[in-house]
Design a protein around this ligand. Structure first.
Ligand SMILES: [Zn+2]
Length: 445
């Protein structure tokens, strides 16, 4: 057992059991023990006392599009991981598309790892991608350490990452089930999207009508049926339609291996408030009505939705033309996810304990990252220190994202991230990344 090098004290330590005053002993970059708040520091150990600021597990954001290499003018590992560190996110798992190459073969994964390693300010893992043409690559990618496989059922937005048809989906699911892997899916049914009126122009209502709830609901029904039949683990990405919650809840109650995530934008922004031409609010599936948002919160409270992750999907400002048909779809929020979520969660009576479960513990469990996601002995000493009652106003230009585009510009949020810690080392202080690229590349255990 290495010696305790650091003692972190807070009157609000957010543990899996609840929030309490404690001192967290760190040894060898890991959490060694939770001690009484008044515990003496061992000789030679540094002490950081956060007073009333909350000590949360560092966020584990399993849905980030870094786009590096290939579309680094949209985002890159340097900017994304610095934004993550500033926002309390200490682990991110990169999506397999929007970079060139996409993460769909082992050589491509190695390209991504080589690019990310020297730039990673937080720990970085990778999802693989399932394409119509790469079934033989799935097992080698699994063995090379990707955390699971992303698939689309409808066009992804980039031509190098085509969707799976029903037979291809089934074949990929069988292959993934064969090695005990995880399939993560953008769930929108292409037939329902094709049948809807096409999006065009600056009106948000037209865009919303082009991505109807039925497209999500039917895709999710089909995925649940597949998970039930093949006993393959399926994770529903970025759930927007609350209509699908009863089906997900029923499947879970039956023991079907299905999980779901939603995103801060679905929980805090509503279709009713999107101004004309404001395509920084465009994402797929779309932000829906206020009543739908209330139901999503109920699904989260009930445990039907497991995780809240960013789906940070940035682009350059010129791609956000004021036309919902032509603009790139994606919302940038990597640095803001924690305060955005906390602002609304506290208003609705949720606690920091809930927020830690949704943003750290559950995503770590999804990716089988046993060393992340909780303030508990044996886990990595990754933390976000949050002043939960303090407020700030979002200035897009001050964010560390590559491009100053965000749907939250000008909003006043509760919860200031004071500092972030990775394996016992401070990596950001008051919004400024420190320590350089000390993040590690993570592989599935
Ligand atoms: Zn995404």
């Amino acid at each position: 057992m290495p010696e305790v090098e650091l003692l972190l004290r807070s009157r609000r330590v957010v543990t899996p059991e609840g929030v309490r005053a404690a001192s967290v002993a760190v040894a060898g970059g890991r959490i060694a023990a939770l001690l009484p708040h008044s515990a003496q520091a061992p000789p030679g150990a540094a002490v950081a006392d956060f007073g009333d600021d909350a000590l949360l597990p560092g966020l584990v954001d399993t849905h980030v599009h870094v786009n590096d290499p290939g579309r680094t003018e949209w985002e890159g590992f340097h900017t994304a991981t610095r934004a993550a560190a500033a926002g309390g996110v200490t682990t991110l798992v990169d999506m397999p598309l929007n970079s060139l190459p996409p993460t769909t073969t082992v050589p491509n994964l190695h390209v991504k790892q080589a690019v990310a390693g020297p730039k990673a300010h937080v720990d970085v893992g990778f999802w693989g991608g399932a394409l119509p043409t790469n079934r033989a690559d799935l097992r080698p990618l699994h063995e090379a350490g990707v955390f699971g496989f992303k698939a689309f059922l409808s066009p992804s937005g980039v031509e190098e990452f085509p969707p799976l048809g029903p037979r291809e989906l089934e074949a990929a699911a069988r292959e993934i089930a064969g090695f005990g892997g995880l399939l993560i899916v953008h769930a929108e049914d292409p037939g329902r999207l094709d049948a809807a009126p096409a999006a065009e122009g600056p009106r948000y209502a037209g865009f919303l009508a082009s991505r109807p709830r039925t497209a999500e609901n039917e895709a999710i029904d089909a995925l649940i049926a597949l998970a039930r039949r093949l006993e393959v683990r399926i994770h529903i990405l970025h759930l927007s339609s609350a209509d699908a919650l009863p089906a997900i809840a029923a499947a879970k109650a039956d023991g079907v291996p299905v999980t779901a995530e939603t995103c801060p934008h679905f929980l805090t922004l509503t279709a009713e408030e999107v101004p004309d031409g404001a395509t920084e609010f465009k994402c797929c599936p779309p932000i829906r009505e206020a009543a739908n948002q209330d139901a999503l919160w109920a699904g989260l409270a009930a445990g039907t939705v497991d995780c809240v992750v960013s789906d940070h999907s940035p682009c350059t400002t010129d791609l956000k033309v004021p036309d919902f048909g032509r603009a790139w779809g994606g919302i940038s929020s990597l640095q803001l996810g924690l305060p955005v979520l906390w602002t609304e969660a506290r208003r609705r009576g949720h606690t920091l304990h809930d927020v830690a479960r949704w943003t750290a513990t559950a995503p770590a469990a999804l990716a089988s990252l046993g060393c992340k996601g909780a303030i508990a002995p044996g886990r990595d000493a990754d933390f976000a220190v949050l002043a939960p009652d303090e407020t700030f106003t979002v200035d897009a230009a001050a964010l560390h994202h590559r491009n100053p585009v965000t749907a939250y510009a000008g909003r006043t949020l509760h919860g200031v991230v004071r500092s972030s810690w990775l394996r016992g080392r401070k990596i950001a202080d008051r919004g400024t990344p420190l320590a350089g690229p000390v993040g590690r590349l993570l592989e599935r255990a």
